[in-house]
Design a protein around this ligand. Structure first.
Ligand code: SAM
Ligand code: SF4
Ligand code: SF4
Length: 380
């Protein structure tokens, strides 16, 4: 087993210096980063806490009762989140995903959803507003989330076998409750629903086919995610990554697939449709996706920024430092215009492409400058 690094109480690294604004910084054009990628997608982490202890994300031995979560005063308030989200929408963001930690643990999350659902793009359109959840509280909350204006949800589910699922969430949570949550989301109209399954070789690859059979033809899109080297605590090693190509090969043995075109630029998942007897895509059977973050980098189209629970802006899932926007939000002298200029300047300076560079170095090299932040802190 690889050696684990025990994080310090504050594993959240010092923030990066904010860019100096120049008086001529105008906001007429939407910002493109150093690799000419626009900023269209914002992921907002609303809590660093979770009621699961998935070993690939919040391993129990690190995230134990002594772990120092952020104190409440460090969290962005709903008003602060909505204000900064409004600024981001003005700079090109069209999709907002709430995440965490477990976002449904954030008290009164429906109020934040109401505020974000009321935002409009400069063209007057609503945002694509979604949320990623472990599904544990979804049966209880699906209807109130829908009523608040949430459009759809992505539910994480790593297997259908109860024993496997309980082992992976590591808090003995039953799979039936997550399935009930998915049904409640469907009944509430929170669709199209996606289900994300992180595949760990030697842990749950035997759940791939049962999961595919279960969701085939259900209208729910199942996506298989390669186990990633995010954070610094999950003891990642390449041996536990099952490449997406192998997932597709395995599915194909029983459920023939044809590759589908991407629906939008920058889509992280490669789409595969279930084929009928003639070998053609059958929309009634639906589709699956594979997210090959390790074996096939998709940095070229990466249009995502991540806002941590305490308001730090991260430009890459594998970053080790972020920009402290909370400091600006809490400074009464700062106008929204200045916030927008700051977002532009930060985005224009972005050159991150961690996965692509890692692939060039070789896929079994999980390294990089500095100690990466945890996924539970910046959100997936
Ligand atoms: N708690 C929520 C959930 O699990 O859906 C939202 C936050 S979670 C960090 C977001 C997504 O990241 C989940 O789909 C989870 O499976 C995925 N994830 C976490 N750690 C991962 C890892 N090491 N490799 C791949 N995906 C990971
Ligand atoms: Fe919690 Fe989601 Fe991380 Fe699992 S993946 S520990 S549910 S934040
Ligand atoms: Fe985007 Fe970073 Fe992931 Fe590349 S590694 S796709 S830049 S988040």
């Amino acid at each position: 087993m690889s050696e684990r690094v025990i994080p310090l109480l504050d594993q959240r690294h010092p923030s990066l210096p904010l860019p100096t604004l120049l008086s001529g910084d105008d906001l007429s054009a939407m910002p493109l980063d150093g690799l000419r990628r626009p900023l269209t997608d914002l992921r907002i982490s609303v809590t660093d806490r979770c009621n699961f202890r998935c070993s690939y994300c919040m391993p129990k031995e690190i995230f134990d009762k002594d772990y120092a979560y952020l104190p409440h005063s460090h969290l962005l308030s709903f008003e602060e989140i909505t204000r900064i989200a409004t600024v981001f929408v003005g700079r090109g963001v069209r999709k907002i995903r709430l995440t965490g930690g477990e976002p449904l643990l954030r008290k009164n999350i429906e109020i934040l959803i109401e505020q974000l659902a009321a935002l409009r793009t400069p063209e007057g359109l609503p945002l694509d507003l979604t949320l990623t959840t472990n599904g544990s509280l979804l049966a209880r909350k699906a209807q109130s989330l829908k009523d608040a204006g949430l459009q759809r949800v992505t539910v994480s589910l790593d297997g259908l076998d109860d024993a496997v699922f309980r082992r992976m969430n590591d808090v003995d949570f039953p799979v039936a409750d997550v399935l009930a949550g998915i049904e409640a989301a469907r009944a509430a109209g929170l669709g199209p629903i996606k289900v994300n399954m992180v595949v760990k070789r030697g842990t749950n690859e035997h759940e791939i086919l049962p999961m595919a059979r279960h969701f085939q033809g259900s209208g729910i899109v199942l996506r298989f995610i390669e186990y990633m080297d995010v954070g610094a605590t999950n003891g990642w090693c390449m041996d536990e990554v099952l490449p997406s190509a192998e997932v597709i090969r395995l599915l194909h043995t029983e459920l023939p697939l044809v590759q589908l075109d991407p629906t939008v630029a920058g889509e992280t998942a490669e789409r595969w449709g279930y084929a009928n007897a003639n070998g053609e895509y059958d929309p009634a059977l639906g589709e699956v996706g594979v997210i090959s973050s390790v074996t096939q980098a998709f940095c070229g189209d990466c249009n995502r920024a991540r806002l941590s629970t305490e308001g730090r802006l991260y430009l890459c899932l594998f970053a080790s430092q972020g920009y402290d926007l909370r400091q600006l939000l809490r400074d009464p002298a700062r106008s929204d215009h200045e916030l927008a200029q700051t977002v532009d300047a930060i985005w224009r300076g972005r050159t991150d492409q961690y996965s692509r560079l890692r692939s060039l170095r070789g896929p079994d090299t999980a390294s990089g400058p500095g100690r990466r932040v945890e996924m539970s802190y910046i959100g997936g």
